[in-house]
Every structure is written in C-alpha cells, then in structure tokens.
Design a protein around this ligand. Structure first.
Ligand code: SF4
Length: 239
C-alpha cells in the first residue's frame, strides 16, 4: 500500500508547493466557491478579483451593489449568471442577518457548529464546508473533491464504485490512519491531489507514462488486465 506522505511529497516535487488561495476567511471562501460554474481556476480567480475591486469583498458592499455592477461580472463566471447574482446576494443577506456581517465569528465556535453555519450558504454541502474550514485552519480531516478522490482510488485507497458517496466513504476509511494532523498539511495534500487529478491522472486516459507516482500505483497494470479481459485476443495483437 502506498503511503500518503510519500505520494504527496512526490506530487510537491512535480507541481511545486501550492500557492495560497486568493480567498481568505470563511466569507471570501464561500464567495470563492460561488464565483464560477464549471470553469478553470484562472477564470474563478479573475471573477473573484473583479468582485473584490469593483464591489468589495464584504457582505455590506455586496448587498448594496446593483445588477448593473454584478451581472457583467457574473457573466464571466459561466452559465446562468442571474442565478449567480442571486446567490451572491443570498451570501450577503445571510452574513448580515445571521452573523452581523462578520462570518469570521464562526471560527471561534466548535468545528461542528461552524460546519453547520457554512452549510446554510448556497452551494455549500458537507465536503464544501469541510474544505472551507480546512483552508481557515480549522479542519477536522481531509476533505476530497473529485480529482483527488480519483487519484487516491487509483493508487489503492478504498475501492472504485458507481455510487460516489460510497466510494468517498471507502477512501476516507482507508485514509483515516494517515490523515495529516494539521489543517495546513491537509490543505497542502488537498491541493496537490487535485492538481494531479487535473493535470495527469485525468478521468479518461490518465497520462501514466509521465506520472511521478507511477511506481507506487497499481492502476496501469489493473487497467491493462481489465482491458485484456474485455477485448478479444486478436485486438491486443496476441493472435
Ligand atoms: S500511474 Fe496513472 S493512474 Fe496511477 S496515479 Fe499516476 S496517472 Fe494516475
């Protein structure tokens, strides 16, 4: 079985140490999650920066901004910009009405209470809330998004399943003894696994031939055997 810390240090050599996110603190991280829909990170960063410069990255400024200001920015964030503007306003409204405009206060309570508070915001479920808390230094584990999950399944944690939730839980169980203690180390692991899943260990046709953890991963051999089982021998040039 591959060791998580060995995997992560190889990935750090390949991709470099992760840069800090442009978003800091729970309010900004909720906005970061809602900045775009299905677009690359550089577009998310651009939309986020425009909101910061043209609106102000706080609930009061966001609540006061007009459609004329918000909609053109939301259009850069992908499909259904009106929905995005609605969500930004909801984020501002909830922050002002339930947290007095200061969402940082959730970080002084328990992690469970903070997670519950975050799940009250648009687009934030369990993994999203755990991720935000991790980036705020208050993590309670290693949340995973789809890229990181795929990498870990392929290298041997948990088992691949059609049901995403069951697969997620199987990986978390297998990973539990090795999850880093600090939120900072978890965040570094999260970012590097995600990067690897996006750049090399892609959903279809992973680029195993240039993978920095090829020698630690059983997937290429397993995949070759499964392909061989599916294809007639003549297609594989065996007869
Ligand atoms: S060897 Fe292939 S499947 Fe395994 S981690 Fe690398 S890219 Fe992913």
């Amino acid at each position: 079985m591959v060791k998580l810390n060995k995997l992560v240090s190889r990935l750090a050599k390949e991709y470099g140490e992760p840069e800090p996110l442009p978003a800091r603190g729970p309010f900004e991280l909720v906005m970061w999650e809602n900045a775009c829909y299905l677009l690359p990170d550089d577009r998310r960063a651009m939309v986020f920066q425009m909101l910061r410069e043209q609106v102000g990255m706080n609930a009061t400024a966001l609540a006061a901004a007009t459609d004329e200001v918000l909609l053109p920015i939301a259009k850069l964030g992908g499909m259904r910009p009106e929905v995005r503007v609605f969500r930004w306003r909801e984020i501002a409204r909830i922050t002002l009405s339930q947290f007095g405009g200061d969402l940082d206060q959730i970080l002084s309570g328990s992690p469970a209470a903070a997670k519950k508070a975050l799940k009250g915001f648009p687009n934030i479920g369990d993994p999203g809330a755990e991720k935000i808390l991790m980036f705020c230094g208050m993590g309670t584990g290693l949340p995973l998004e789809s890229n990181g999950l795929r990498v870990l399944v392929r290298v041997g944690y948990g088992c691949e399943q059609k049901d995403y939730g069951r697969m997620y839980r199987s990986v978390q169980e297998a990973l539990a003894p090795e999850v880093p203690q600090s939120a900072e180390a978890c965040a570094r692991t999260f970012v590097l696994l995600r990067e690897h899943g996006k750049e090399i260990c892609k959903t279809n046709e992973p680029l195993c031939f240039r993978c920095p953890v090829l020698d630690l991963c059983g997937y290429p051999r397993k995949n070759m055997l499964e392909t061989a089982k599916r294809k007639p021998a003549r297609d594989l040039g065996l007869r």
